[in-house]
Design a protein around this ligand. Structure first.
Ligand code: ATP
Ligand code: MG
Length: 559
């Protein structure tokens, strides 16, 4: 997609300044550091595209590093899905897959170094007491009774903590910084806590685990990350990030840079809430096509290219904002418009009999596969006496602006003939079940030799050759633009859209779709982009997911 050239974003400016001053000898190293406690979502994609994109642009390296410092919430299932999602997005970490847990030994040795330097101490307060003695923005915190112990005593206690002598929650290791600091993060933050739980990679080797603030900078330093990009909420943690690294001898000093996280309208992005939607069965699973997870978007039919395009278009900034979800939908439309093969499919079929068409005859008509790409060529579509058209394309008593089929009206069947509606067949309830039409054999291919014009062109499928499919139409998961607005006390689940999924069965598709493979995307002419479902679709039992309608139907005032 050729996008407008853009000016450098603020992170690129920093990198180019560093490169000019020779700060890291022109080297650029970035990383994406997920905690393996959930599935990746579109917000993570912004961070991945940003970090991998910077490495690519400046000829640097990009690491995938699991920040697996909390044994109780982390699972191997998440590790595997995250690796798969990062690869799928096209972010190339080559062989640089790392785990923070591999650095536990080094981190611990550095903790001992801080203790020996009198910069860290063992504290006997439990979490509740630590909170109580933190003070307020105007009142300094109270010093812990352990704060003035000697380094020797602290070293002994730390070693015994590590050896498992103390119960969970009874002691912590804290940095000795400043209980009066206006920045709460600097009021003797906890570095290690006792957690007697097995870790997904280190098993029972450790019973003390490092806190994020202590661990994160060390991980970056070990990997010699030059620019450690994180979201804005870590801005107040930067002084601590720097403080820890400056206390240690001879370590590499990365620079933390914060950017605004992605928020999207009609979407919740918090892992806790996404987990709740799955556990509470509000959605089918993590990969439910309504979820903002990467596996959900993939199953919905989003391509990696469309997500990268979206991330490029939204850019990076230093202030928080909410992006209209239409931008995400437009990105997938723009990408698929260029690539998806065109097919005809009827979602809600209405039978049409062509009265004057010979019984038992089938002819093949040529149709263009993709007007955006000539190389995709043409295909033959069968035409016969019995067809299906879209129920919506017929009206008994049409209003002025309705240009499609109606009694006595002539329309063009795409790639086929002009037909005229002669009669309507009703069932015993008075519902329309069939249209009786005639065709004009002289209009083969869709134009009339006498120059006669028709106002409408509709799609259709020949009944005899059609393949049947189930089609799932998705709408936004929430009815409210900001479902989890912090100002709003209503639970976000109250805003779930009861009509976010509509399953249509008995849809009729042209036979070229009979062999469609899971994950493949097509444009159904006049309707939208559809992708073969990768979970439920089987040969002979096709299931398609609607990725997006052709246009933003919300803006057009219909759904
Ligand atoms: P939590 O830490 O609350 O479990 P998280 O979404 O921050 O949730 P992480 O696994 O820590 O999860 O995230 C990995 C990286 O993705 C972090 O560097 C984080 O800054 C980034 N990230 C997370 N959410 C977003 C978002 N909405 N927009 C941009 N980047 C994000
Ligand atoms: Mg996080």
């Amino acid at each position: 997609m050729s996008e407008e050239p853009r000016s450098l974003n603020f992170i690129e400016q920093i990198i180019e300044e560093d490169n000019r001053s020779g700060k890291h000898g022109g080297r650029v190293a970035t990383r994406f550091p997920p905690e393996p406690n959930g599935y990746l979502h579109i917000g993570h994609a912004k961070s991945i595209c940003l970090n991998a994109g910077l490495a690519q642009k400046y000829g640097g390296t990009f690491n995938l590093r699991f920040d697996d410092t909390n044994p109780s919430k982390e699972e191997t299932e998440y590790v595997e899905s995250i690796i798969g999602d990062v690869r799928w997005l096209g972010a190339d970490f080559e062989d640089r897959l790392f785990f923070a847990s591999s650095y536990f030994r080094q981190m611990y040795d550095w903790a001992e170094e801080l203790v020996r330097k009198g910069k860290a101490y063992v504290c006997d307060l439990d979490a509740e007491h630590i909170r109580q003695t933190r003070g307020t923005p105007t009142v300094p915190g109270k010093e812990s009774p352990g704060r003035n112990r000697s380094p020797e005593e602290n070293l002994d206690l730390l070693r015994r903590m590590k050896a498992g002598e103390f119960p969970e929650g009874s002691k912590t290791l804290r940095a000795k910084i400043d209980m009066g600091s206006p920045n709460f993060n600097m009021r003797d933050p906890v570095m290690y806590r006792i957690v007697k739980a097995p870790h997904h990679r280190t098993g029972n080797e450790w019973c003390i685990y490092p806190m994020y603030d202590w661990a994160h900078g060390l991980e970056d330093s070990i990997e010699q990350i030059t620019h450690s990009v994180c979201t804005l909420e870590f801005e107040d943690h930067r002084p601590l990030y720097d403080w820890f690294l400056r206390q240690l001898d001879g370590v590499f000093l990365p620079r933390q840079i914060e950017f605004a996280r992605l928020n999207l309208t009609y979407t919740v992005m918090s892992k806790r809430k996404l987990l709740e939607l799955v556990k509470g069965e509000y959605v089918e699973n993590w990969d439910d096509p309504r979820m903002p997870t990467l596996c959900g978007l993939r199953r919905r039919g989003y391509t990696p290219e469309s997500i990268r395009l979206f991330c490029r278009r939204i850019g990076v900034a230093k202030f928080n904002s909410t992006i209209d979800v239409v931008q995400l939908e437009n990105a997938v439309r723009d990408d698929l418009n260029k690539r998806a093969l065109r097919r005809m499919g009827v979602l809600r079929p209405l039978k049409v009999t062509i009265e004057n068409y010979p019984e038992g005859r089938t002819e093949m008509l040529e149709a263009i596969n993709n007007p955006e790409n000539e190389a995709d060529g043409v295909r033959n579509v069968p035409f016969g006496k019995t067809l299906y058209i879209e129920r919506d394309d017929f009206m008994l008593d049409p209003p002025k602006k309705f240009f499609r089929l109606a009694p006595g009206r002539e329309v063009r069947l795409r790639y086929a003939y002009y037909i005229t509606c002669k009669d309507v067949v009703n069932d015993e309830n008075g519902d329309i079940v069939e249209l009786i039409c005639t065709y004009d054999p002289a209009t083969r291919g869709g134009s009339s030799p006498d120059g006669r014009k028709v106002q409408g062109t509709i799609h259709w499928v020949a009944a005899a050759e059609a393949v049947e499919a189930e089609i799932r139409l998705y709408d936004r998961l929430f009815t409210r633009e900001t479902p989890d607005d912090p100002q709003d006390t209503t639970d976000y689940k109250e805003y779930l859209n009861p009509n976010s999924l509509e399953k249509l069965t008995g849809c009729r598709l042209e036979p070229a779709l009979g062999g469609a493979k899971p994950g493949e995307s097509y444009q159904f002419e006049r309707i939208g982009y559809f992708c073969v479902d990768s979970v439920d679709s089987k040969p002979g039992q096709l299931v398609f997911n609607r990725t997006a309608s052709l246009k933003d139907s919300w803006a057009a005032g219909r759904k």
